[in-house]
Design a binder for this molecule. Structure first.
Ligand SMILES: [Zn+2]
Length: 89
């Protein structure tokens, strides 16, 4: 996803700093583009080869990674926050 606003305008969301991604995901005004169906429903019937199914699967994986990152930040075990145990590692 290419950002169309803000200080990282024109860059891919995934290439921005983790701290910025976490901040953005916590903003009420920031909403991912609407899917017709929940992601897990879009995966129904995926044979493992279809391009669209693959893209959906990747999207779920990315969401899970971001969710895990946020959890790490909340528990102070990430490497991106200065007050974390693993900062800078
Ligand atoms: Zn962090």
């Amino acid at each position: 996803m290419k950002l169309r606003f803000g200080k990282y305008k024109g860059q891919q969301f995934k290439d921005t700093p983790k701290s910025y991604q976490n901040w953005l995901l916590n903003q009420d005004w920031f909403k991912a583009p609407k899917q017709e169906k929940p992601l897990h429903q879009q995966l129904n019937g995926w044979d493992g080869y279809n391009q669209r199914g693959r893209a959906v699967y990747d999207a779920i994986f990315e969401q899970e990674k971001l969710e895990a990152l946020k959890q790490d930040c909340m528990h102070g075990i990430c490497s991106c926050c200065e007050d974390s145990s693993y900062y800078g590692i």
